[in-house]
Design a protein around this ligand. Structure first.
Ligand code: 13P
Length: 251
């Protein structure tokens, strides 16, 4: 069965001490709230070890925001999937639009990253989503289908079953402009149909598809009420415990 998940993406925010304090606060709040969804925080690489030491991993998952597309070796500045897993992290965000846009990540490199994440026991949170021009010219369904197909359809059904998808329309990220619940539902249902076409209905029904893009306590409940929206990938609102918990508690 697919899970409901709320995952925070801290992006390039907080120092180590600020991050450890926030993670501790979130862990305690999640423990007290006993939420109806899985909760994960994805932090900068530098924060993973100290954060792993202060959170209760029984109630709060920990993830990285990226990993390298090579196993190990002479790749100065990169952090491998094995290194991420060795911190105690269980998840890794891959293919975020900011990585695709600003760091030139392609489906080809993402296939390598996904394979290495899975080989190291990490759950990839694989991001897809169209830019504003593609929303406006009506090609958004094809664009997103292509991202899913090119990035993931080399996987066996068993491995595909380990992936969490996050639909993040680029025009809604950090802009305050959320996709309407109907736009999110239409896209999530479309993504599920694309998955069903490749792996069958059962795999598609069991895939968690999160929504991301200006998700906040005031709009989360409406988004999460849609049948194909299984939670959220949260940027800005994940940086304040009360806001993040407002979204977690929308389930
Ligand atoms: P915001 O919630 O800040 O719009 O960011 C969404 C996002 O990119 C999460 O990965």
């Amino acid at each position: 069965m697919r899970k409901n998940i709320v995952a925070g993406n801290w992006k390039m925010n907080t120092t180590v001490s600020e991050g450890v304090a926030l993670a501790k606060e979130v862990s305690e709040a999640v423990k007290a709230a006993n939420p109806k969804c899985e909760v994960v925080i994805c932090t900068p690489f530098t924060h993973l070890c100290p954060v792993a030491g202060v959170i209760d991993t029984a109630v709060l998952g920990l993830g990285a925001e990226n990993c390298a597309d090579h196993e190990k070796g002479a790749y100065t500045g990169e952090v491998s999937a094995a290194m991420v897993a060795s911190t105690g992290a269980t998840h890794v965000i891959l293919g975020h639009s900011e990585r695709r846009q600003y760091y030139g990540e392609t489906s080809e490199t993402l296939r390598e990253k996904v394979a290495l994440a899975l080989a190291n026991g990490l759950t990839p949170i694989f991001c897809i989503g169209e830019v504003l021009a593609e929303r406006e010219n009506g090609t958004f369904n094809e664009v997103v289908a292509k991202q899913v197909e090119e990035g993931l359809f080399n996987l066996s059904a068993e491995d595909f079953g380990k992936i969490v998808l996050a639909y993040e329309p680029v025009w809604a990220i950090g802009t305050g402009k959320t996709a309407t619940a109907e736009q999110a539902e239409d896209m999530h249902a479309w993504i599920r149909s694309v998955i069903a076409g490749k792996y069958g209905k059962e795999v598609a029904e069991n895939t968690s598809i999160l929504y991301g893009g200006s998700c906040k306590p005031s709009n989360a409940a409406e988004l999460f009420a849609k049948p194909d929206v299984d939670g959220g990938l949260i940027g800005g609102a994940a940086l304040k415990c009360a806001d993040f918990m407002g979204i977690v508690n929308a389930f």
